[in-house]
Design a protein around this ligand. Structure first.
Ligand code: SF4
Length: 354
């Protein structure tokens, strides 16, 4: 599928959410592009991310006891998946449906979800539980929904559900591997804590992360730390908005930031880097030759200024399109790297931008 970016109309970011803070700190330009494109991704979203939204919703419903039995879980899960898959088909993303086929460990994730039904902790059973409640700072600059708030007497616990890994392995200065909670989650919870405090004048007594495997991790925090994260978030937002007026964007091109960025096609900083760096599954270059084989498959040869790149396996693209663009620059995203250097093949999610 062929796409064009056109002129990018940058807009001020009015508010950031705690879940967005780490991303804007890592690469402010990504948030600027997301705002400019009204948060509509320019590349296909991974099927895992879609399933994650369903798993997250079901976890919340279990936690507020709206789902109590296996039958209720099955019924609600199927209804959510059906409605999501219908939407994916309407939006032209039918190639990732049924999700059961495109998500690795789909069945395991569903079994893990069921485990949350059994033996609800006493605290959850006895407490007042509020799920998905929106909180916004007085100046409107920070806002977001808290997954779950549990209250028993003076105890207030804020819980954030994660359907992916909560921890990551890091190498310490002695070269030993240690497992730590991801920084982004620590900051996110501290922001929720201060947001809750600013809106209710009550400071939470516990902050916890709960994953699909029912692992619950509580984090350490203080009012000062949470306030510092809150102030930092507002500062980062102000600096990001300032960069829109000055035109000096804070784009942080590196593998960790860019590999899953869904705004890569619009990021000139990334695209400039692409011809020099082959760690990504994207290529950029001028079309030099187009070959159609007897089975209909098309191979395109590109020249990126440094070397030639071969992209094989286009099955749904009209060869005339490539031929008509000979000597023009195209960017191709979401390819599979071949064994040979500079040889790639098209996948179901491959997307082309002029
Ligand atoms: S591609 Fe990389 S540098 Fe560009 S906006 Fe995305 S994360 Fe930032």
């Amino acid at each position: 599928m062929m796409n064009k970016i056109g002129k990018i109309e940058y807009k001020e970011i009015k508010r950031i959410s705690p879940s967005q803070f780490y991303s804007i700190k890592s690469c402010a330009y990504k948030s600027i592009l997301a705002e400019a494109f009204e948060k509509k991704p320019l590349l296909p979203v991974s099927p895992n991310a879609y399933l994650g939204t369903v798993l997250h919703k079901i976890l919340e419903l279990i936690s507020i006891k709206e789902i109590k039995t296996d039958f209720e879980l099955e019924t609600r899960f199927d209804a959510e998946i059906n409605s999501l898959e219908k939407r994916l088909l309407q939006e032209g993303n039918g190639f990732i449906t049924p999700l059961q086929k495109s998500v690795k460990d789909y069945g395991i994730k569903k079994i893990q979800l069921k485990k949350h039904l059994s033996n609800l902790p006493r605290k959850i059973v006895e407490s007042k539980a509020i799920a998905e409640k929106w909180f916004e700072s007085k100046d409107g600059l920070i806002g977001g929904k808290i997954d779950l708030i549990l209250e028993i007497g003076q105890d207030i616990e804020i819980i954030d559900f994660k359907t992916g890994a909560i921890t990551q392995d890091t190498l310490n200065e002695n070269g030993e591997i240690s497992t730590e909670i991801k920084d982004e989650y620590l900051e996110q919870l501290k922001l929720y804590a201060y947001l809750f405090y600013e809106c209710t004048s009550r400071f939470p007594t516990r902050l916890s992360l709960v994953d699909l495997a029912k692992q619950k991790i509580s984090i350490e925090f203080s009012l000062e730390e949470c306030k510092a994260a809150f102030d930092d978030a507002k500062k980062v937002l102000a600096e990001t908005n300032k960069s829109i007026s000055t035109g000096f964007y804070n784009a942080n091109v590196n593998e960790k930031n860019c590999i899953y960025c869904l705004y890569r096609p619009a990021c000139s900083f990334y695209l400039k880097n692409l011809s020099l760096n082959n760690v990504y599954n994207d290529v950029s270059g001028f079309i030099k030759n187009v070959v159609q084989y007897s089975n209909g498959n098309i191979t395109v040869l590109l020249d990126n200024g440094c070397h030639s790149v071969t992209v094989t396996g286009f099955t749904n693209t009209n060869p005339e399109y490539f031929i008509s663009k000979r000597n023009r620059l195209i960017n191709i995203f979401n390819l599979r790297k071949g064994i040979l250097s500079n040889v790639y093949s098209a996948t179901k999610t491959t997307t082309i931008y002029e």
